[in-house]
Write a protein that binds this ligand. Structure first.
Ligand code: G3P
Ligand code: MG
Length: 249
């Protein structure tokens, strides 16, 4: 019997805390990464984009409106503005003063917390070029602590292709909400051997085909283990969750 056929859940190293432990701490902050580590997670997922001056920051949206005390689009800010942005109080007053992290600060925190990271590259209209975005991300990641493992994910195949040209040292994961008909061609064109798929689009048939072709599949964003229970035996590799404790207990 193959290992995957015996599994009823993910291994510890296959539970990724989505934007950190974002169920209990403000998403994409160092506090959320610390909370993930305290829950026993080994990996966090985080989103990266650039400010108007090219500073790489950890944030999901193109604006700071939803997840901070400030308003405005990333393209209108520079590194100097980060001092004025509170990325914690919106979630809970206990997190008042939590900074919106630069990628540099996040990479340093990963090393201190002993975490690995799935770095999701977000492409936004204000970015000057895809090249600048991907190069900036790679430069920061090269400065990580030696024990920090990194994988790169993106909804943008071109970003993954560019990263492959720059650095062959990362696992590359193509993000999809639904699997397109030409999924194998897209993966081969990058090249990538991992799919991160919206969990509602999982099917046993797709997982079995992926396994046949040596493709890993992780599911996002599932906070209830019952949602994935029928997929582990079919070869699901891992989960990206706001609540790592649900999968680690
Ligand atoms: O990596 C999975 C997930 O983060 C993709 O969607 O919108 O939460 O970045 P989103
Ligand atoms: Mg993400």
């Amino acid at each position: 019997m193959k290992e995957s056929e015996r599994r009823s859940g993910p291994s510890r190293s296959e539970v990724q805390a989505h934007r950190g432990a974002s169920a209990i701490a403000p998403e994409n902050t160092i506090a959320a990464f610390r909370a993930a580590a305290e829950q026993g997670a080994e990996w966090v997922e985080l989103d990266v984009a650039l400010l108007g001056d090219g500073t790489a920051v950890v944030i999901h949206d193109v604006s700071v409106d939803r997840c901070s005390s400030s308003t405005g689009n990333l393209g209108d800010f520079t590194a100097a503005d980060l001092e004025t942005i509170d990325a914690g109080a919106w979630f809970d007053p206990r997190f008042r003063g939590e900074p919106l992290p630069t990628l540099a600060a996040a990479v340093s925190a990963l090393g201190e917390l002993g975490l690995n990271a799935n770095v999701e590259i977000k492409q936004h209209p204000h970015h000057k070029s895809l090249d600048q975005l991907v190069k900036t991300v790679d430069e920061h990641l090269r400065a990580r602590a030696p024990q920090t493992e990194i994988m790169i994910s993106s909804f943008d195949a071109a970003a993954l292709k560019r990263m492959h040209e720059l650095n062959q040292g990362y696992e590359l994961a193509m993000l999809w909400s639904k699997v397109p008909d030409d999924w194998r061609e897209v993966l081969q064109s990058i090249p990538a051997t991992t799919v991160h798929l919206g969990y509602k689009s999982l099917s046993i048939g797709f997982l079995e085909e992926a396994v046949r072709h040596g493709i890993k599949v992780r599911a996002w964003t599932s906070n209830d283990p019952r949602q994935l229970a029928s997929f582990w035996h079919a070869g699901l590799t891992g989960v990206i969750t706001d609540d790592p404790s649900a999968y680690l207990s």
